[in-house]
Write a protein that binds this ligand. Structure first.
Ligand code: BGC
Length: 817
């Protein structure tokens, strides 16, 4: 068999030799928002990148090009199931190929350091081992599909406040044991072909220029041989980034690489060999994904085609965590009347916001999901209860709109129907309209009000807008961002306008926006919306209606959620409280019906002050496009909620041992050192609401035996733990067996290994779990190596970090090097 690696490298070297300095430097900078330039002379196609991690948006940031939307990474981690994560990766590769994407900008391997972290939903866990295991499987799956994965954001990008500039001050021990650990696992186990350097600094050096972490640790120590791409606009200094280990500066065309890099080489500031090495990395990436003619790609035979809707449904179902189930209120079984309550029961929050956003072909709401599975004898009553949205939603109901795109001199360049009045074109415009060509965007049509009274319209965006409703000019001005322009771009200001209208009388609506640029946002964009809200939404009446519906039903299911304004990329959360009057809604519904089930639709922890007063609590995370169907299955007992918490949930945010995400004088101190998540909670005076690993499912388990067989010869493992559990309930079930390790000089428990098993009622399941040697190691700051501090350990196996069922002491013969 031909040696593909050697053949590939030979073609890479030949291509490299054919490029002069300028051509090499051009290849290291984005040619636009998402791609690198092609070099036809050497058979190099343009390498195209796209976000990740729950779908593949492609190069169009718009609904015209839909993508399968899987559940949020927190949900995927809640399955504790690497083989499932691998299938998710394979599906995403399939999506990427369909969209002409070579490089998927995912997975996100940062940690849940503080529950306030804005991108918590996009990361897997507070635990580096679980993060690494899910991340490695995901990367394996993506790359099995012939597409490069790009683990991000390397490293310590664990919160969003001042994310472009924050300097994270962290000890070497915490870096190695926590924040670098999942990246190391993924590099060693899954060999990603690319990796993304973060925006932030670590101990005084910005990550795109971090020689010690990028060149010395990632490449030299761990053997990473792929390409390092900057986070978008993160590369700021030509010489620093080139010498510090970055290969690709994204996006373009303005860039610190390209021409600026060639000049730096000519001026003697960057060695020519550095550019040669960077170009080699990029050509190798292209060769691996099949974009360099003549080079054998990594993958020739693709995995079998996956049904995306079905996989989205399966992951959503498997990720649901049952936190509490008093008197076995769930599953519901045969039931007369269900009151389904909550704004997101009808309009679910399927996915998190920011760069993770994709546009799914459809979204199954819980209301649709339940309707589809309930039998004819069950009545389903729906009430909004409380609408937590603080922004006026984009105009939809009652509107018939089109969007027109105009060039200079009123030349019509494109026209489309617009089902919802939100425009979000970032990096490029539809219809192949070139940047600079688009001058005006016009959203126009008619609105037929359902109610008479004061309707509220709202323009959300930046730049000049003119709104007319009927004959009235309601707004004609420029909206100017306040404060940080990039933050304003991501979360533009909202201009509300009240207009008196009469029910049933259609009015014309026209919103014209002149396309604008922002000096600090070097990206072409048109991003604005026209909001609309009906008159007279009385919040008190909404709650009363829901309480009455609950009182008259056999069971009340209340869905509560975070909104994009409180949980999303680019800012951290100010509070873990649910927005709006949702807590009050739950409390009042629970008082009206003791059989109240609360479903939390959030990407990350929320406070649940009513937790002890409700019968059951389910977490669905951001469940992706099939979330409503998965929830219906779990509520009705067609599937078990077999998810387990990938992160500890505090009862009150002020109890959280690590909370602060706000830098002081530009620096964020990780003063808690190695104590985050359950590691910290174990030392804490207050207990959390729900521990890492918790989740109760629909059956019961007895942990019968655990035996350990040491294997001093095994390179990566201390030995094998064999665990037997019995399903003692009356339903088939799935159990996540978790093994923690502790020792005398460090008594707090750390996750060492885990395995998912299934068993029928009364049956046992036995599993052999290798205990990785790494679980016993600590980072020694003096010698800068991993050490095994003792030979005597406790292996603690159970259902969560706080629910240990079997403990065994092991003594290994002697410390291993
Ligand atoms: C995010 C990255 C993302 C990139 C491109 C950045 O703001 O931090 O995760 O891949 O944008 O959308």
């Amino acid at each position: 068999m031909a040696n593909h690696r050697a053949d590939r490298e030979a073609v890479v070297e030949k291509a490299l030799a054919a490029l002069d300095l300028d051509a090499r430097c051009r290849l290291l900078a984005g040619q636009d928002m998402w791609s690198l330039p092609a070099v036809p002379e050497i058979g190099l196609a343009s390498v195209v990148m796209s976000d990740g991690p729950i779908g593949v948006r492609g190069v169009h940031w718009s609904p015209e090009d839909p993508s399968i939307a899987l559940p949020s990474p927190t949900a995927l981690a809640a399955t504790w199931d690497p083989p499932l994560a691998r299938r998710a990766g394979q599906l995403l590769a399939q999506e990427a190929r369909r969209k002409g994407v070579h490089v998927l900008l995912a997975p996100t391997l940062n940690l849940h350091r503080s529950p306030l972290g804005g991108r918590h939903f996009e990361c897997y866990s507070e635990d580096p081992l679980l993060t690494g295991a899910i991340g490695a499987a995901y990367v394996t799956g993506v790359q099995e599909g012939g597409v490069a994965a790009t683990p991000k954001h390397f490293v310590a990008n664990d919160s969003e406040t001042d994310r472009f500039t924050v300097d994270v001050r962290v000890s070497q021990r915490a870096l190695h044991e926590l924040y670098l650990a999942p990246f190391r696992t993924v590099v060693e186990q899954a060999e990603p072909w690319a990796l993304m350097a973060a925006y932030n600094s670590v101990n005084g050096v910005t990550m795109t220029e971090h020689n010690a972490l990028q060149n010395e640790i990632l490449r030299a120590r761990w053997g990473f041989d792929g390409a390092i791409v900057s986070d978008w606009t993160a590369a700021r200094n030509t010489v620093g980034a080139a010498v510090g280990g970055l290969d690709i500066a994204m996006p373009g065309p303005q860039s610190v690489f390209g021409r600026a890099l060639a000049e730096a080489v000519r001026a003697g500031h960057v060695p020519a060999e550095t550019v040669e090495r960077m170009t080699r990395h990029v050509l190798r990436l292209a060769a691996r994904v099949g974009a360099l003619a003549g080079a054998p790609p990594e993958v020739v035979t693709l995995p079998t085609t996956i049904n995306g809707d079905a996989l989205a449904h399966e992951i959503a179902q498997r990720s649901i965590v049952l936190l509490r189930n008093e008197n076995d209120v769930l599953p519901l079984g045969k039931i007369g009347r269900i009151a389904l309550i909550g704004q997101t029961a009808d309009q679910p929050r399927a996915l998190g916001g920011g760069s993770a956003q994709v546009f799914p072909p459809h979204t199954v709401a819980p209301l649709d999901g339940l309707r589809a599975v309930l039998d004819a004898d069950t009545e389903l009553v729906y009430a909004v209860g409380a609408d937590p949205r603080v922004k006026i939603p984009a105009a939809k109901e009652g509107f018939q709109l089109r969007v027109q795109l105009y060039g200079s001199g009123d030349r019509l360049l494109g026209e489309h129907p617009l089902p919802e009045a939100a425009i979000e074109w970032i990096g490029e415009f539809p219809d192949g309209i070139a940047v600079g060509e688009l001058h005006r965007v016009v959203v126009s049509g008619t609105f037929t009000p359902r109610a008479t009274g004061t309707h509220t319209f709202a323009i959300t965006g930046i730049g000049p807008f003119r709104l007319t409703v009927g004959d009235a000019i309601c707004f004609d001005d420029r909206i100017v961002p306040q404060g940080d322009p990039l933050a304003a771009f991501l979360r533009p200001p909202e201009m509300p306008i009240d207009i008196e209208l009469t029910a049933g009388q259609p009015v014309s609506v026209n919103l014209t926006h002149t396309v604008t640029t922002m000096p600090d946002v070097p990206i072409a964009f048109a991003k604005f919306s026209l909001g609309h809200q009906d008159p007279n939404i009385d919040p008190e009446a909404l709650i009363e209606e829901a309480v009455a519906a609950a009182a008259a039903a056999d069971v009340a299911v209340v869905i509560v959620a975070t909104t994009p304004e409180v949980e999303s990329e680019s800012f951290d959360r100010a509070s873990l409280l649910l927005p709006g009057r949702q807590d009050e809604l739950v409390a009042r519904v629970a008082a009206a019906n003791p059989r109240t089930v609360v479903v939390v639709n959030s990407g990350s922890p929320v406070q649940m002050p009513w937790a002890e007063d409700v019968a059951a609590i389910l977490l669905t995370w951001f469940p992706g496009q099939e979330g409503g169907a998965a929830l219906a299955d779990v509520l009705m007992g067609r599937a078990e909620p077999s998810g387990r918490l990938p992160t500890t949930w505090p009862a009150d945010q002020d109890d959280a041992p690590v909370l602060n995400v706000t830098p002081t004088d530009g620096a964020l101190s990780y003063a808690e050192d190695i104590y985050i998540g359950y590691r910290a909670w174990q030392q804490h005076s207050t207990a959390p609401a729900y521990w890492f690993g918790h989740g109760i499912g629909y059956t019961t388990w007895e942990y019968e035996t655990a035996t350990f067989a040491p294997d001093p010869e095994a390179a990566g493992a201390l030995g094998t733990l064999t665990v037997r559990v019995r399903n003692t309930g009356d339903r088939p079930g799935r159990e996540t067996i978790q093994t923690y390790i502790a020792h005398s000089s460090r008594p707090d428990r750390r996750l060492a290994a885990f395995a998912v098993v299934q068993a029928e009622p009364g049956e046992t399941a036995e599993v052999a779990i290798p205990i990785p040697r790494r679980a016993a190691e600590s980072w020694d700051e003096t010698t800068e190596t991993w050490v095994q501090p003792t030979t005597a350990y406790d292996l603690l196996t159970g259902r969560s970090v706080a629910d240990i069922r079997l403990a065994i002491a092991i003594d290994l013969e002697g410390p291993h090097a």
